[in-house]
Design a protein around this ligand. Sequence first.
Ligand code: ADP
Ligand code: ZN
Ligand code: MG
Length: 493
Amino acid sequence: MPTAEAALATPEQVATYEPVIGLEVHCQLATNTKIFCGCPTSFGENPNSNTCPVCLGLPGALPVLSRHALELAIEGSLALHCEINAKSVFARKNYFYPDLPKGYQISQYDQPLAEHGHVDINVEGTHKRVGVTRVHMEDDAGKSSHDGFKDSEKYSYVDLNRAGTPLIEIVSEPDMRSADEAYAYLTEIKQAMQFIEVSACDMEKGQLRCDANVSVRLKGAEQFGTKVEIKNLNSFRHVKLGIEYEILRQIGLLESGQRVRQQTRLFNPDSGETTLMRDKEEAADYRYFPEPDLLPVIVTEEWKNEIHSKMAELPSPRRARFINEYGLREYDAQVLTLTRPMADYYERAAKASPDPKITANWVMGELVGLLNAAGKSIEESPIPAEHIGELVGLIQSGELSGKLAKEIFPKMFSDGLGPKAIMDRDGLKQISDTGALDKIIEEVLAANPKEVEQYKAGKVALLGFLVGQVMKASKGQANPGAVNGILKAKLES
Ligand code: ADP
Ligand code: ZN
Ligand code: MG
């Protein structure tokens, strides 16, 4: 057991140190079947129902690599700007755990699928490139639960439904210098994997998992300090909190004259602390050796290029395209590319609309407002994207005033009808017909003789008031542009 722990570092002490952080991120590949057998990867099934001799680790069963899993792993690696190795090799990583029936994990070791990539992050306006050391494929373990009871006895259970689920592990260089940078790096990876549909990255389902390696050194020092690996970081927030705590703990140790020991520690979300799990095992402890039951993975240049050419667009080029193609401001492009469904939705709406910029305002403003109020995601939007394009078209052509459009919009949301259909149903129509407008305008002028007089005496700002009166008299259905023109002509005649 550790000796008495030192106090956490004070802010003054922290100021003289620099944290060093490297992340190991596991993403579950979005295949329907497991990596080395045909069992389904569906979530929430009865325990041990998604299993077969291969993923149960029965003697003599032979693994066969899923081509889809490999393709997704290549796509994920390309998204991180990695070089794909022409040849990579699966290796056995040997360890005992009840949820690992084979007695080893099939992973990749000295010849991984991909290497030398990077992720660009942006923390409060500062851009930085974080190196990706490697991306390798591996199979997931099952799940143990230790809180079972039967006949008032305590039981542990093992569910092997997850055993054999395909993962990629993304290992970063120790390039990050703060918890915020780690958070940004993780966000970029999640976004990229979701956009190209390599992984759904649902953290609640364990589809995205992260271990954080943290060390500290005096500012200006060349050598890295001893690192600690933090596990059990089940949310982005926990990643940030775990790293922040660990930085304070390590500086506290060093400042009290102790040393940091190389350990694996667990983050405890209740206390916000990290606690010792085990002293760190070395690679040699796993007795890695090449997996004899699987052939080396060969990726030809041709196949790689074919996969690359079919990949969906990544968030950052898509952002750039939204700015160039649709004339969006950088901020709007950022918001509209936060998730793939949002980007797809906006793009469908923009394509159906004569004005992509105004379309962006409707999506980010009115639509997101109604979605938030209803607790719905963009995928659940009751307004199809094309209806927003249609709405902007009707405003543009003068058939609908901006005011009327805002009135119609909630009906589009609640009734699922297009704007034109609602206008027809509710008898709402913008009055552009000069004859009809003429009549309303004459009435308004007659009812406001004082304002008319003042306008004629030079108080031209009153035009706005008079336009407003006409709009009111027409119940918002007059075309404001036409009203403006006719009013002016009448007042100045
Ligand atoms: P191990 O042999 O313990 O697995 P690796 O060198 O493979 O260590 O690195 C694992 C992770 O730890 C990588 O993400 C790497 O960037 C990070 N890392 C390595 N050294 C340090 C360090 N001194 N401080 C923080 N992170 C580190
Ligand atoms: Zn199976
Ligand atoms: Mg390692």
